[in-house]
Design a protein. Sequence first.
Lengths: 286, 292
Amino acid sequence: MKLTIASGKGGTGKTTISTNLTSLIADMGKNIVLTDLDVEEPNSALFLQTKLSNTKISNKIVPTWESNDCTLCGKCAKNCNFNAIVAMPNEILIFPELCHSCYACSELCPTNSLLMKPTRIGEIKEFETKNFPFIEGRLDLGQEMAVPLISQSIRYTKEKYKNHIMIFDAPPGTSCPVIEASRGSDFVILVTESTPFGLNDLKLAVETMRVLDKNFGVIINRYGIGEISVEEYCLKENIPIITKVKNDKNIAKLYSKGELIYKQIDHFKNSLDEIITFIGDIKCVK
Amino acid sequence: MREVVIISGKGGTGKTTLSASFAYLAGDKAIISDCDVDAANMHLLLDANFKKQEDFFSGELAVIDEEICTNCGNCFDVCRFDAIYVKDNQHYIDKISCEGCHYCSRVCKQEAITMQTQKIGDIYVSDIKNNSTMVHAKLGFGAENSGKLVAKVKQKAKLMALQKNRDYVITDGSPGVGCPVISSLSGANLVLLVTEATVSGLHDLKRVLQVVNNFKLKAVCIINKYDLNKKMSQEIENFLKVENIELISKLPYDETFTKALAKTQTILEFDKNSQLANLVTQSWIKIKEQLK
């Protein structure tokens, strides 16, 4: 089973839910793996005691110019739809950060003067924790495109842990990185909070999930503060509310120190139990 | 005209609430731009009236004309994005996967594939509270290139500030360290980093600061929820000293943030005599000094 934990708005508790839920399910003796796909700002590791077990360089494939046979015809620049290649009078300039790795420039070059070669964009790291394996995608600073690293991190997880329950901690927002993190999953949990910001971003996330034709449910975090509009919206739209996590400053305090919550706060553990029951009802957890 | 861009790396640190409060304080001295186009929120606090300005087009999508297509499979062979699929012996484009690279249409011998420009969002120039104006946008679902939309929103706000002779542009930036945030930072006179006293707050601050430093931009910082974890707050302060970044203010963990939000008010409207409102007002004064 593959489960993505996402949210439109940042800071609603995605990582808190992902890390605590994975750890609790692992405590129950299940085979489970957590993958942090928030590759721009990966945070899950801060809440786990980790021991690095493997590092894999993440590359994207971009063209490099071989001048020998090049006639400077400029077809490569015309064939690139992302302005990543500029044909100068004496040379071909390549801007790797704009490249989408479509191969058109290289494969349509009459003289084979553009060779596709890997260039580093980040790292996929695997860690052991006390009770489950943990994988993290981390984008190099200065890199603009998160999607290739997200899809590579998912592939790494699937290849290595295909019989495990897979939990993916998604990046915030509603655009391409979130879609990449959600599209292959069996179910998406959207974490929100009961504020106008939470509601506004939840609506965007819901529309995205509907475009993707994904099954999803909602967790309302910091429940009890703010107002009831999020709950009303979910009821009206027939979206399952998986659990409501009570607003509690003690959760924020434990979070600030990088500690797991469920071992210390009972009502939080109860909420996780509700999530586990809910997941069990969607599909038989292996 | 001077621009301050407010970013946080991590979400939920109070970036947008603070940006809206500064916008409220600046009133008609500023033009506001919301560059968090992925999950734009600031309009909620500032009563924006969503005056549509223009459609935003970016990127392309391949479209197959089934009448002309002979299903030779050339397009399928070259697509690196698994965006072409076959159903009942007919080739189709998966709109969500298509990156708009144009490769398929270039190798189609029948010329059955055309590229269509995509409308990916709407741009608004709205009237907001306190006689001010805000440029903001709504990104289409599953659209990419939010970086380009960010650039457009910023450019519009700056142009308007020049034309209307405003002193400031206040930009609510995007989260993360990738394309949208890089776009939000370009050309800024000052970057305000809003962080919180948590392990993730510091972690994300360090990462986003490196991006800011790559552009050689001047940065200042606000630590929110500092009393949630005073040890962590001190650690952040030490880090700021080493990095030579001025600490503008430390704000307490205060449910006023959420209570004001629930009423869609800025902190200043909710209770202008509160300690928090006072701290925010002082912060804006300091930011203005830094912008000089």
